[in-house]
Design a protein around this ligand. Structure first.
Ligand code: NAD
Length: 517
């Protein structure tokens, strides 16, 4: 393993598409800026052959059925447990996060997902009978069939969870997978590859390493579905490229999650939630608390408590702190830009507001007040350890501000009155909402997760998440066999009259009144 200080080879998330230099990805430990590994990038032709190989493996895997597939997935979980310490170390060296963060939000989340689908896939994939309506002599049902080969493209912020979740789900539904992990955390992609080395089931998951060009080659390949997790900007490109072959896409994109704090909220809980929700993983979570709206009657006390708690955050590379470094240097530039823009427009930095003067990619936990919606920090995804707090005068105003966003991923409402909180939650335009908590709805694997507006299309987790990776086949068959159907040629005389009489009998008010409907 080489250890030399180098600038990060990858460019800016807002700049032109970034490519790994030449044909090798230099993996950087963001805690100190050192190169930890060099991983070869695949060529476009290799992407095509990976997809062809996955297609070959897909038939037997689909035919194996949910039970045998679950057994294979549980073996993968056993490997995760056997290699837990190594996996945590690999994730931390790739992302800069703390071991506790990696063990919970990455390993635990993935083990939960595997267990959930190993237990439930058979049930969710079973044929579902459907009432045949007027066609009482027929039987009808829905059948869930694997789509075939799924291309998974994953980001760097949770490189294990966000690669493994779509991979495991697509496999549980009977598909095989070609995975393009983030080039920023390619070593974790290698660890995923090793988890699927299995004598009984070779070729279930093929990992292709590279940057945007490899991702785009996968999108334009012969895959049957793309599951993309990443920024809205790239999501647009993926969808446009997929449109050429009409390849369906699942898009899990960015967020700008609002937190509404009512006057009656438990201040201790709400402030702790705000600080954890905005700072964990150094704020690099798609459902981080990115903006807080606090009722004016408690605003000042809320801010005092938040500042006190943020000052106590242990940010270091000891492995025992609360948060570590950021992962991707270009994201640090975004954070700096958002804070500078806010300050230029009148916001005040109460704590933090600066890069740390040390090797690696470190930004101090930051609290901003005096913010408004003219500022990037309240409109664009900051994706860093920054908590902007805004004063509100009513619940209605808080909901209006929460909805004043092009994103709609997660959200939270904090109040002692849970009924009122649930009413407000129902008015927030988002795919997910938590009452008196934040982020953790993702940890409930039975709850579908995904966004509205520019936060994405489709869902992971739950029955809906599994069925994302299936084609629904509608089947109709005969209950009572008849020599012919009444509407077949030659059309019988009087069919129109008979149909109208039948309609009146079935749907008319006389029968409805009699049945009390
Ligand atoms: P990104 O969009 O820059 O990259 C994501 C992946 O797409 C990477 O593997 C990248 O190589 C690949 N890629 C880049 N250009 C491509 C192209 N033209 N065609 C195909 N693939 C391409 O995102 P990122 O910076 O890695 O991750 C951070 C973003 O992901 C944030 O916006 C965050 O909110 C979002 N995210 C969303 C969720 C969710 O579940 N909704 C979860 C985590 C992260």
């Amino acid at each position: 393993m080489t250890t030399v200080d180098v600038p990060h080879p990858l460019g800016s998330p807002d700049g032109p598409a970034r490519e790994p230099s030449e044909d090798v990805i230099e993996c950087i430990d963001p805690r100190n800026g050192r190169v930890t590994a060099r991983i070869p990038v695949v060529g476009v032709a290799e992407v095509a052959s990976a997809v062809a190989g996955a297609r070959q493996a897909s038939g037997p895997w689909a035919e194996a059925g949910p039970r045998r597939r679950s057994a294979a997935l549980l073996r993968v979980r056993d490997r995760i447990l056997e290699r837990a310490e190594d996996l945590v170390a690999t994730i931390c060296a790739a992302t800069g996060k703390q071991p506790a963060e990696a063990a919970t939000t990455e390993l635990m989340a993935v083990c939960e997902t595997i267990g959930y689908y190993a237990t439930n896939a058979e049930r969710w994939l079973r044929d579902q009978p459907v009432h045949p309506g007027s066609l009482v002599h027929k039987r009808a049902w829905k059948r869930y069939e694997p789509v075939g080969v799924v291309g998974v493209i994953s980001p760097w912020n949770y490189p294990f969870t966000l690669a493994m979740t779509p991979v495991v789900t697509a496999l549980a539904a009977g598909n095989t997978v070609v995975l393009k992990p983030s080039e920023v955390t390619a070593t974790v992609g290698e660890a995923v590859r090793e988890l699927f080395v299995d004598d009984e089931w070779p070729g279930l998951v093929t990992v292709v390493q590279g940057g945007p060009a490899v991702g785009e080659a996968l999108v334009r390949s012969d895959v049957d579905k793309i599951a993309f997790t990443g920024s809205a900007r790239t999501g647009r490109r993926v969808m446009a490229a997929a449109a050429e072959r009409l390849t369906p896409v699942l898009l899990e994109l960015g967020g700008k999650d609002p937190m509404i704090v009512r006057a009656d909220a438990d201040l201790d809980r709400a402030t702790r939630g705000a600080v954890w929700g905005s700072m964990q993983n150094s704020g690099q979570t798609c459902m981080s608390v990115e903006r807080v709206y606090v009722d004016e009657s408690i605003h000042d006390e809320f801010v005092d408590r938040v500042v006190h708690q943020v000052e106590q955050i242990r940010q270091d590379d000891s492995g025992a702190g609360d948060i570590g470094s950021m992962t991707f240097p270009a994201q640090l530039d975004v954070v700096e830009r958002h804070v500078a823009d806010a300050v230029a427009k009148g916001a005040r930095v109460l704590v933090g507001g600066r890069r740390l003067d040390r090797p690696g990619y470190w930004y101090a936990p930051t609290v901003l007040v005096g913010v408004d919606h003219t500022m990037d920090v309240m409109r664009e995804e900051t994706f860093g350890p920054v908590l902007p707090i805004m004063r509100t005068t009513s619940d209605d105003q808080a909901v209006e501000l929460a909805n004043d966003s092009r994103y709609g991923l997660n959200s939270s409402v904090w109040s002692a009155d849970e009924d009122r909180a649930a009413e407000l939650a129902a008015r927030i335009e988002a795919g997910n909402v938590c009452v008196n908590d934040c982020i953790v709805s993702y940890a409930v694997t039975g709850l579908p997760f995904g966004g509205v507006k520019e936060s994405g299309i489709g869902r992971v987790h739950g029955a809906e998440g599994l069925r994302e990776f299936t084609n629904v086949k509608s089947v109709m068959a005969t209950r009572f066999r008849t020599p012919r159907e009444p509407w077949w040629f030659p059309v019988p005389a009087g069919l129109a009259d008979l149909s109208i009489r039948t309609l009146r009998l079935r749907f008319g008010s006389t029968l409805r009144r009699r049945l009390g409907r």
